[in-house]
Design a protein around this ligand. Sequence first.
Ligand SMILES: *Cc1c(COP(=O)(O)O)cnc(C)c1O
Length: 303
Amino acid sequence: MIFPETDIPITEIPLENSDVRLFIKREDLIHPEISGNKYWKLFYNINRYMAQKPANPRLITFGGAFSNHIAAVGALGNSENIPTTGIIRGDELADKWQDNPTLSFAAAKGMTFRFVSRQQYRNKPELTEMLLQEFPEAVVIPEGGTNELAVNGVQHMLNEQTKSFDYLCCAVGTGGTVAGISKFATANQKILGFKTVNDNSLEESVLSFSGKRNFTLISGINDAYGKITDENIRFINVFAEKYGIQLDPVYTGKLMQHIFDLIEAGYFPKGSKILAFHTGGMQGIEGANLLLSRKGRPLIKTY
Ligand SMILES: *Cc1c(COP(=O)(O)O)cnc(C)c1O
């Protein structure tokens, strides 16, 4: 994977009558298909693996039906010419994955799938062993891509400019991104991770990767993973209209909505400079809208 030349902009989100300032770093612009944090989380993993020059390289990874990580690994395999296999949660998808935009995208990029039951999916060591017997030279990337190399890749989301902020905020799935931000932040910065999943083991896992206690994980407004309320949709649509920035329903929409709520509640001291990382996830909108439209719910507008 190449080191992207893209100069990622930091733009201010203008707030009315507020004594704090909010900015967003557009990590979503880093790559059209390997969005945001996923690029950096894969960066050292892939480069280290390919440096070993495997004769029959293959990337194997795990994910749900709408996973940004599955889409990213599919696109990456295509652009780097490495075959990919996705272990997908839900054996009911085996004969209808074509209806799913994320899986169709990954398949179009050359990914092959193994659909497993939710019970099998939980037993990742066993699945991993089975696949490594079949593909002995493959590398297995964990769900969501989080491991030590992934956390180290996140350092590239930080730069000279990000040092001037008091708060660094990001959405939390498996916790690798917030761990990297925590690990590589400067001494006076406070890190806020906004959970999108109700998982009490996240604090410990983030701490083990980061080694620092400069972070706070904040429970979501609705932290049932992937649950989208009408209020979330309304927020995303108003945000896009007002600021011209598209958010996704699983991570960045909830992140920005929650930051707005905290600002409103006076959580941040006067004069604070807050930076939110837009970690991407745009590919998930189509799938979310498909589910919403089946239920006759309001849709996420896309621009
Ligand atoms: C995967 C993802 C996250 C969460 O990253 P973790 O390192 O798993 O916590 C946040 N935002 C977007 C858009 C993602 O795709």
